[in-house]
Write a protein that binds this ligand. Structure first.
Ligand SMILES: Cc1cc2nc3c(=O)[nH]c(=O)nc-3n(C[C@H](O)[C@H](O)[C@H](O)COP(=O)(O)OP(=O)(O)OC[C@H]3O[C@@H](n4cnc5c(N)ncnc54)[C@H](O)[C@@H]3O)c2cc1C
Length: 412
C-alpha cells in the first residue's frame, strides 16, 4: 500500500461500518425482484427488470440455457394469424417489436422471417381461427385454394378439400440463443444470475419474500415465478391444475433436401380432424446450422398435441424408437419427398393449463409473488413481451399490456 493509502485507511471507521452491515443483515443478498427459473420467460423478465434499473436476481436450477425444460430444440415458430384466439394479436405485435429491439441491442440475429403456411379444411378451427384473427386485426394474409397451394408449395401432398392460409409475417426464433442473449443482456444491465442453484423453499415474512437455496438465503420485495414444467411444485398451489406432457421433436434427412431449405420452405402447419397439427421448419443448413446456435442436421417436424402426461421430475428424456411414429406418419403422408432417414429426436415438455391459454397473474396466496406459467406449447414467441409484462407487474403493480384475458380469474 502506498503511504497515502495507509494514511487514508487509518481514518476509516472499519468497526463502525462492519457493525452497521451486520445490523442491516447481508446487504448483498437483498433484491428488488427475484426471478425463479431462467428459461425463456425468466431470462426475459430478468432482462427487462435490470434494464429498468431494478436490482434483479435470477435463480436457475440448471445451466443457462439448458436442454431439460421447454425452451430447447433449435427453433420456435412465431406467427401473427393466431388461431388460438385473436386477443393474442396485440401482444404479438409488441412481441415482434421487442424481438427486433433485442436483436439490435445484442447485435445478433435471433428471429428469421420465412412466411408461414397453414393448411387444413376450410371449416376447421385451425383455419377458421387463423382467418378470424387475420380479419379482425387486418393482418396481411392470402387464402390459397388447392391448385394455388400445389403450384406455390409443391413440397406438400394434401387432401383435395384442404386450403392454405399464407402469412408473410411468420418465421422462427432460435430458442437457446434467445435465452442466452436475454441472460447476457440482463447481466450487462446489472442483474445477478446464478445457474445450478435450485430454489428449495420460499415464504413471505410479511415484509419481503425469502428464498432458500443450497447456497444461501435471498430476500426481495417481489418474486416472479417462471418455473415452466416445475411450476406447480415450486409455487405451492395457485388453485389451477397444470398438466405436464412429454413432447418429441424429430429431424429427418429428406430425399430431396434442396426443396426444404431455408429460403424455399416457410414455417408450416397441417391440421387434422382431431384438432391437433403437425408442423415444421425449413432446414437451417444454409444458415450455418441454425444460425450457429448448435442446430441439428435435417428437416425438423413435430406434432402439436398433448403428449404423454408426465412430471418434470420423472419424465423419460431419452427418445424411444416408438417416438418416431409421432411425426413419421405426417412426413410419409404430407411431405413424401422428405421421407428419408431419421437423423435425431429430442424430448421437451409442455406445461398445459386447463384451457391451453397462458397464466400471468399475481399469486392468489401471496401479494408479493407473480406467476407466469401454463404456456401450453405455444408460449415461446411471446417471451419478449411476457418479460416486459412481468417487469411491469413486479415494479409498478400493473401493466398497460392487454394480458387481462390471461389472469387466474377466468378459472373462477
Ligand atoms: C416441443 C416443443 C415445441 C414448441 N414449439 C413452440 C413454437 O414453435 N412456438 C412457440 O411459441 N412456443 C413453442 N413451444 C412452447 C415454448 O417453448 C414454451 O412455452 C416456453 O419455452 C416456456 O418457457 P418457460 O420459461 O415457461 O419454461 P422453461 O424455459 O422450461 O423455463 C423454466 C425454468 O425454470 C427453472 N426452474 C424450475 N424450478 C426451479 C427451481 N426450484 N429453482 C430454480 N430454477 C427452477 C427450470 O430449470 C427452467 O429453466 C414449444 C414447446 C415444446 C416443448
Amino acid at each position: 500500500m502506498c503511504v497515502d493509502c495507509v494514511e487514508y485507511a487509518a481514518t476509516v471507521p472499519w468497526a463502525k461500518w462492519r457493525r452497521k452491515i451486520e445490523e442491516k443483515g447481508p446487504m448483498a443478498r437483498e433484491y428488488d425482484v427475484i426471478v425463479v427459473g431462467v428459461g425463456a420467460m425468466g431470462s426475459s423478465a430478468c432482462y427487462h427488470l435490470a434494464k429498468r434499473g431494478a436490482r434483479a436476481m435470477g435463480l436457475e436450477q440448471f445451466g443457462i440455457p439448458h436442454g431439460l425444460g421447454s425452451s430447447h430444440g433449435e427453433s420456435r415458430m412465431i406467427r401473427l394469424c393466431y388461431y388460438e384466439h385473436p386477443d393474442y394479436v396485440p401482444l404479438l405485435h409488441r412481441a415482434y417489436a421487442l424481438w427486433n429491439d433485442l436483436e439490435s441491442e445484442a447485435g445478433r440475429k435471433l428471429l428469421y422471417m420465412t412466411g408461414g403456411l397453414y393448411m387444413g379444411a376450410p371449416d376447421s378451427g385451425f383455419i377458421a381461427g387463423a382467418l378470424r384473427a387475420a380479419r379482425e386485426h387486418r393482418l396481411p394474409h392470402e387464402r390459397l385454394d388447392r391448385p394455388q397451394l400445389k403450384e406455390r408449395f409443391p413440397q406438400f401432398a394434401l387432401p383435395d378439400d384442404f386450403i392454405g392460409l399464407y402469412e408473410p409475417n411468420a418465421g422462427f426464433l432460435l430458442p437457446e440463443l434467445v435465452v442466452a442473449t436475454q441472460a447476457e443482456l440482463a447481466l450487462k444491465h446489472g442483474a445477478e444470475l446464478h445457474g445450478h442453484e435450485q430454489v428449495m423453499e420460499w415464504h413471505d415474512d410479511g415484509k419481503r419474500v425469502r428464498m432458500h437455496t443450497a447456497r444461501g438465503t435471498y430476500s426481495a420485495k417481489r418474486i416472479v415465478f417462471c418455473g415452466g414444467a416445475w411450476s406447480e411444485r415450486l409455487m405451492g398451489g395457485i388453485g389451477v391444475k397444470l398438466m405436464v406432457t412429454r413432447q418429441v421433436l424429430g429431424w429427418v434427412w429428406p430425399k430431396r433436401p434442396e426443396v426444404f431449405e431455408f429460403g424455399r420452405l416457410p414455417v408450416w402447419a397441417i391440421d387434422h380432424p382431431d384438432g391437433t397439427q403437425h408442423y415444421g421448419f425449413p432446414m437451417l443448413g444454409a444458415l450455418g446450422g441454425a444460425g450457429g446456435a448448435g442446430g441439428r442436421s435435417g428437416l425438423k417436424v413435430a406434432h402439436h398435441f398433448k403428449g404423454e402426461p408426465t412430471t418434470a421430475e420423472t419424465i423419460d428424456r431419452i427418445p424411444r424408437a416408438s417416438d418416431e411414429d409421432d411425426f413419421r406418419v405426417a412426413v410419409r403422408r404430407f411431405l413424401p419427398e422428405a421421407d428419408g432417414p431419421l437423423m435425431s429426436m429430442m424430448v421437451c415438455m409442455y406445461t398445459n393449463s386447463p384451457d391451453s391459454h397462458f397464466i400471468i397473474d399475481r399469486h392468489p396466496k401471496c401479494e408479493r409473488a407473480i406467476v407466469a406459467c401454463g404456456f401450453s406449447g405455444h408460449g415461446f414467441k411471446f417471451a419478449s413481451v411476457v418479460g416486459e409484462a412481468l417487469a411491469d407487474l413486479a415494479l409498478e403493480g400493473q401493466t398497460k399490456l392487454p394480458i387481462g384475458f390471461l389472469g387466474l380469474g377466468r378459472f373462477g
